[in-house]
Design a protein around this ligand. Structure first.
Ligand code: XMP
Length: 517
C-alpha cells in the first residue's frame, strides 16, 4: 500500500484515485501525520502532494524527516518535490515566470520512472511529455545524490531523482488528465519502483469487505436506510451478499421522489435480489408537515426531521438490531478529518440519519468508507446492480421538496415528476445522460399564458436544468442541442397537464447554485 501525504493541493484526491486505478490500495493523510503512524502504516512507497503554499513562506509545511528514513521510494509532486529538495539539502527559489497550464518537458536520461514514456520524440532523440504545470517556485540546486530527469525552458530541474534511494520529484502534476502520460507515470512509480502488485480490484475489494463485515458483525442484526441513491444501494447489495438475512433495509417514500422510484427500489432489491426491505409510505405525512412552509432551509429541516421520525418508528418496530449501516464514502471521511484539523475548504452537510445511532445505542457500520465514488460504482456493477442505478445522477435528500419553489403540494409534485421523467428519458434516448453530471426539472409556481388548440391556458412554468461538473462545487450549464431541447419542450407541454411553458436555465455555478433552492 501507498501512503499519500496531503499538503493541501486541490489535486490530492486525484493522486489517490489514480493510484487506486493502477490497482494499488492507498490512503490519504494530512502532511503532519504523526511519525509513529507513518512508520506503522507499512507503506511500500510514499507520495508527497502539491500545495498552494510556497516553500519560502514562513511556517510552510514540511514532510516528517521519518518519510525519508523508511527505506521506501518517495515521489514528490510539485510542492512535494520542492519540500523534498529543500529538506534533503537542495535549494528552491521563486521562479521568474510562474508556470500554469500546459507545458512540454524534455525527458533526460533513462530513469526507472520515465523510461520509454513519451508523447512525442524530439528531433534530438529525447522524449517529450505534454504536462500540466502549476507552480511558482522551482528547484535551483539539486540535493546531493540527485540528478535531473526532465526539464522545461523555464524549469531546468522539472524532474529530479536519486535512484539509489528511490526518491523522485516531478514539478508537473501527473495526476491530472491534462498530463497525458500521467497515469502511466504514477503506475510506473507504484508498480515498478515501489513493487506493489495490482491487487486492488473490484472483486478483491468485495471479497475483503465481505470478510471484514462478517467478522465485525458476527450474528448481529443490521439496519440500513436505503434511499435508492448509489451509495446506499451499493451498501445494501454488499451487505446482502455478506450477511444475507441479518440485514433489514428501511426505504422511506416521502412522496418527493422521482417517478416510479419507490417501485424501482422495491423491484431491484426486494423482488430481484431478495433483500428484506420495509417500505414506509409516508407521502401524506411529509406533505402535511410541509403545508404552508415556503422557506427552502425550513423545508429542508422539516423533510430531514420527518425522515428521522419515520425511520425511527420503523426501526423501533424491529427488535434486536445492533448496527446501523451507512453509505459513507472516502471523500466524506477525508472531509470530516480535514474539518477536525481545520484544513478542509468546503464541507457539504450530509443527509444522514442524524442522532439515531446514539439514541438507539447502535454501532455504526460503514463498509464503503475507504472507497471513492468511482470504486463504489464499479463494485456496484460487480455486485449485479443495474447500471442505470449505479451511474445515476445525484439526487438531493429533500428531493422534489427543493425543486418545487415555495410551498409543496401533491399536485405540483405529480406534475414535476412527469416533466422530470420526460426530460431524463429523452436525455437517455439521445445518449446525453452520461455526458451531463446532473439534470432535472424545476416547478415554478408562476403562471404564464399559452394556447392549446383553441383554448387559452394560464398555467405554471417548468424550468429544465442540466450541468456539467466534476466536483459539484462549480458547474457549467450543459450546452444541450436546440433540437433536443425542442423535443423535450414539446413533449412536456403536450403530455403534462398543467404546464404552459418550458424554459432552460443557462446560469453557471457560480453565480447560481445547481438546485434552485
Ligand atoms: P447546489 O444546489 O448547492 O448543489 O449547487 C450541489 C449538489 O448538492 C446537491 N444538494 C443536496 N443534496 N441535500 C442533499 O442531499 C440537500 O439539501 C442538497 N442541496 C443540494 C445538489 O443536488 C447538487 O448535486
Amino acid at each position: 500500500r501507498i501512503l499519500i501525504l496531503d499538503f493541501g493541493s486541490q489535486y490530492t484526491q486525484l493522486i489517490a484515485r489514480r493510484v487506486r486505478e493502477a490497482g494499488v490500495y492507498c490512503e490519504l493523510h494530512p502532511h503532519d501525520l504523526d511519525p509513529q503512524a507513518i512508520r506503522d502504516f507499512g507503506a511500500k512507497g510514499v507520495i508527497l502532494s502539491g500545495s498552494p503554499q510556497s516553500v519560502h513562506a514562513e511556517d510552510s509545511p514540511r514532510a516528517a524527516p521519518e518519510v525519508f528514513e523508511l527505506g521506501v521510494p518517495v515521489l514528490g509532486i510539485c510542492y512535494g518535490m520542492q519540500t523534498m529538495a529543500a529538506q534533503l539539502g537542495g535549494q528552491v527559489a521563486a521562479a521568474d515566470h510562474k508556470e500554469y497550464g500546459y507545458a512540454q518537458v524534455r525527458v533526460r536520461g533513462h530513469t526507472a520512472l520515465l523510461r520509454d514514456i513519451e508523447d512525442h520524440a524530439s528531433a534530438e532523440g529525447y522524449g517529450l511529455l505534454d504536462v500540466w504545470m502549476s507552480h511558482g517556485d522551482r528547484v535551483e540546486t539539486l540535493p546531493s545524490g540527485f540528478r535531473v530527469i526532465c526539464e522545461t525552458d523555464n524549469a531546468p530541474l522539472a524532474g529530479i531523482a536519486d535512484e539509489e534511494r528511490g526518491f523522485y520529484g516531478l514539478q508537473f502534476h501527473p495526476e491530472v488528465t491534462h498530463t497525458r502520460q500521467g497515469q502511466r507515470i504514477l503506475a510506473r512509480f507504484v508498480h515498478a519502483i515501489c513493487g506493489c502488485g495490482e491487487a486492488w480490484t473490484p472483486s478483491n475489494i468485495i471479497a475483503e469487505s465481505i470478510a471484514q463485515v462478517r467478522t465485525q458483525i458476527g450474528d448481529d442484526q443490521v439496519l440500513l436506510g436505503l434511499s435508492g441513491g448509489v451509495d446506499s444501494s451499493v451498501v445494501a447489495a454488499l451487505l446482502h451478499k455478506a450477511i444475507g438475512a441479518q440485514l433489514t433495509c428501511v426505504f422511506v417514500d416521502n412522496g418527493l421522489l422521482r417517478l416510479d422510484e419507490g417501485d424501482q427500489v422495491m423491484r431491484t432489491f426486494a423482488r430481484h435480489m431478495g433483500v428484506r426491505v420495509i417500505r414506509a409510505d409516508a407521502e401524506r405525512r411529509f406533505l402535511d408537515r410541509l403545508r404552508g412552509v415556503q422557506d427552502p432551509e425550513q423545508k429542508r429541516k422539516v423533510i430531514g426531521n420527518t425522515f428521522i421520525d419515520v425511520f425511527d418508528e420503523e426501526a423501533s418496530r424491529l427488535s434486536n438490531i445492533q448496527w446501523l449501516a451507512q453509505g459513507t464514502i472516502y471523500p466524506d471521511v477525508i472531509e470530516s478529518a480535514g474539518a477536525k484539523t481545520g484544513k478542509a475548504k468546503v464541507i457539504k452537510s450530509h443527509h444522514n440519519v442524524g442522532g439515531l445511532p446514539e439514541e438507539m445505542n447502535l454501532k455504526l457500520l460503514e463498509p464503503l468508507r475507504e472507497l471513492f465514488k468511482d470504486e463504489v460504482r464499479r463494485i456496484g456493477i460487480e455486485l449485479g446492480l443495474p447500471s442505470e442505478m449505479v451511474q445515476r445522477h445525484p439526487f438531493p435528500g429533500p428531493g422534489l421538496g427543493v425543486r418545487i419553489l415555495g410551498e409543496v403540494d401533491k399536485a405540483s409534485a405529480d406534475t414535476l415528476r412527469l416533466a422530470d421523467h420526460i426530460f431524463i428519458e429523452e436525455l437517455r434516448r439521445a445518449g446525453l445522460y452520461d455526458q451531463v453530471s446532473q439534470a432535472f426539472a424545476v416547478f415554478l409556481p408562476v403562471r404564464s399564458v399559452g394556447v392549446v388548440g383553441d383554448d387559452r391556458q394560464y398555467e405554471p412554468v417548468v424550468a429544465l436544468r442540466a450541468v456539467e461538473t466534476v466536483d459539484f462545487m462549480t458547474a457549467r450549464w450543459a450546452h444541450l442541442p436546440y433540437d433536443f431541447l425542442d423535443t423535450v419542450c414539446r413533449r412536456i407541454v403536450n403530455e403534462v397537464k398543467g404546464v404552459s411553458r418550458v424554459v432552460y436555465d443557462i446560469t453557471g455555478k457560480p453565480p447560481g447554485t445547481i438546485e434552485w433552492e
